[in-house]
Design a protein around this ligand. Structure first.
Ligand code: 5GP
Length: 175
């Protein structure tokens, strides 16, 4: 059975508008602070690139890569750093940029790992929130969209490494 993206759940225009709104809020709240965006590769790369360019205050960015889904549509409860930050985050205002929070285990594990490094503040910005799937207790500070329990692709999100390039977000469907 071959899976493919169905019609857009969120259009490029809807995403762009929301990203601009989030960037506005973040720019106001982090004004005069030492903001460091931590982008979770690969899925959040497209969101981070658009968000960072809309944030109007000075800030830096760094990247982590965590092992997660592989080719399956099931979540993993463990994370491993495939690639770690090159920045010392002690005393800095860190904002994690995530594409999608599903069960919440990934982001909770990452938050705990970064918290141990002593940032001044540590918050989470997620483009998509599958709120009804949450298992781990974790607070998302900035949320783009709450979406239903469907597997989505596009705008950085993949299925078996495909479809990240789509400018919109679509539900994966079988023919
Ligand atoms: P969690 O630990 O919250 O269950 O899973 C988070 C990770 O699972 C995300 O960073 C993402 O890599 C992957 N994921 C969860 N739901 C989806 C989805 O609908 N589409 C895609 N492409 N990845 C997902």
């Amino acid at each position: 059975m071959e899976y493919r993206p169905g019609k857009a759940l969120l259009t490029a225009e809807e995403i762009a508008k929301r990203v601009q709104e989030l960037a506005g809020v973040i720019s106001r709240e982090y004004q005069g602070r030492d903001l460091l965006l931590v982008c979770i590769l690969k899925g959040a790369a497209v969101f981070w690139a658009d968000l960072s360019r809309q944030i109007s205050i000075p800030h830096e960015s760094d990247f982590v890569a965590l092992s997660s889904y592989g080719n399956a549509t099931e979540s993993s409860r463990e994370i491993k750093f495939e690639y770690d930050l090159s920045t010392n985050i002690t005393g800095r205002d860190v904002l994690i940029i995530e594409d999608i929070v599903d069960t919440g285990h990934t982001i909770k594990c990452l938050k705990e790992a970064l918290e141990a490094r002593g940032p001044k503040s540590l918050k989470i910005c997620a483009l998509l929130d599958k709120a009804e799937r949450r298992e781990a207790k974790v607070t998302l500070d900035y949320i783009g969209f709450i979406i239903p329990n469907e597997f989505v692709v596009g705008y950085g999100l993949d299925f078996a490494q495909k479809y990240r390039h789509l400018p919109y977000i679509a539900v994966l469907v079988s023919p």
